[in-house]
Design a protein around this ligand. Structure first.
Ligand SMILES: *Cc1c(COP(=O)(O)O)cnc(C)c1O
Length: 401
């Protein structure tokens, strides 16, 4: 794609293959190489002056290593095209992207709204940095929809969303919330890590900042930390870039390269992982030990209608609520699994389970279940092997006295 050709109408798969690639600039090499740098040289004083002017004006370019090199710029361009955004900023982790998005909207005396199902560390920024800045936070029921209006105050700066929610997968009525916020001049940000811009494009639904833990499906291989925020307008981007600058965020060129490398195959990985995830979810749903499966693409899930209306696909992450049982019994199930690693994070090519307990993380809503819970991530292994592994673990647990 030409640098000045946004071609926002191209299909997403084509953007994945061609976005942010400029072989002519790199001796014909298909991929933008890893350009590592601190110093960026200027050949003359006039060039230095021009560069300084451009940097002050926020023109995309390469000015100093901390602000990124062509490796970063090309990845940002690909993400901007994919998100249908004005401009994108990279961050050293998904969490850094979440925190910077919120911080960029608010100031001392401000107010921020966060869903009760928010990625847990974001609660920490509320009780930590935001509290220190005298910014108050209200946690809301993720199912609130247009009812968010009742929680807006004159000093509200930002409504933050995450759909589906972390661990518990509640969907949110994003267009209903952004309609209210736009009318009231309140900025919105949405953590879109589960769907990625392949299956949901927040900016098309009125969101100002589309936040992505690129560590997950963008990188896709469990080998780098990366985040980004795609912005709907220059005003939003400028405030975000200023926050990033103030905090000294910088992304290594190697990690930006791994982000671009992962992006090229994200569509085929997600399609397969989504399909396998649905098969695994169905298997869990059929077991007598399972109370509930938390998967937005399953018709019995409360947010399913919103998923069907707004999303165009499913990724491979979902939750399972077991009926109450002893920790020892639960441990036999988890420890018997051979193909599912036990660990946090997700989005790589390998299957994972993570034990979870949403109950103590809630303040605005109550978690009604007592049994142990697992978050399941479907990897790229053979579906039959994964199903057999789960069936075996259920059988071993069932054989216990
Ligand atoms: C993992 C995750 C994050 C944080 O990303 P890191 O790269 O691990 O910092 C943010 N939001 C969601 C929904 C996540 O799953």
């Amino acid at each position: 794609m030409k640098r000045d050709d946004p071609r926002k109408s191209l299909s997403r798969d084509t953007v994945l293959a061609h976005g942010g690639r400029h072989p002519d600039d790199y001796g014909g090499a298909v991929n933008t190489p890893v350009v590592r740098a601190s110093t960026i040289l200027s050949p003359t004083l006039a060039a230095w002056d021009a560069k300084t002017r451009d940097m002050m004006a926020g023109v995309p370019g390469t000015y100093y290593g901390r602000f990124g090199t062509p490796t970063h710029r090309d990845l940002e361009d690909a993400l901007t095209a994919l998100e249908g955004a004005h401009r994108t900023a990279l961050f050293p982790s998904g969490y850094a992207a979440c925190a910077a998005a919120i911080l960029s909207t608010t100031k001392a005396g401000g107010h921020v709204l966060l869903p009760d199902s928010v990625y847990f560390p974001v609660r920490k920024v509320a009780s930590g940095l935001l509290a220190k800045m005298n910014v108050s936070c209200t946690f809301y029921d993720p199912a609130i929809g247009a009812g968010i209006e009742a929680l807006l105050r004159p000093e509200t700066d930002c409504v933050y969303m995450e759909a589906p929610g972390s661990l518990t997968f509640e969907m949110q009525d994003v267009p209903a919330i952004t309609r209210v916020c736009r009318a009231r001049g309140v900025l919105t940000a949405l953590d879109n890590t589960w769907a990625t811009p392949l299956y949901f494009r927040p900016i098309e639904h009125g969101v100002d900042m589309s936040v992505q833990a690129a560590t997950k499906y963008v990188v896709g291989h469990s080998d780098a930390m990366l985040g980004y925020v795609a912005c709907a307008s220059s005003a939003v981007f400028d405030a975000l870039a200023r926050t990033s600058m103030d905090l000294g965020y910088s992304v290594s060129a190697d990690d930006a390269f791994l982000g671009a490398r992962g992006l090229r195959t994200m569509s085929v990985r997600l399609e397969r992982q989504g399909r396998t995830g649905l098969a695994l979810a169905e298997l869990f749903a059929q077991q007598p030990e399972v109370e509930k499966v938390l998967h937005p693409a399953r018709p019995d899930f409360p947010g399913h209608d919103l998923w069907k209306r707004d999303f165009s696909g499913t990724s491979g992450l979902f939750g399972v609520v077991f009926r109450p049982m002893s920790r020892a019994r639960f441990a036999v199930f988890v420890d018997t699994l051979e193909h599912f690693g036990i660990g946090a994070s997700w989005g790589g090519y390998e299957s994972l389970v993570m034990p979870m307990n949403p109950k103590p993380l809630r303040t605005a809503t109550a978690w009604p279940h007592e049994g142990p819970c697992l978050r399941v991530h479907a990897g790229l292994e053979d579906e039959g092997d994964l199903v057999a592994d789960l069936e075996h673990a259920f059988a071993v647990m069932r054989a216990l006295p």
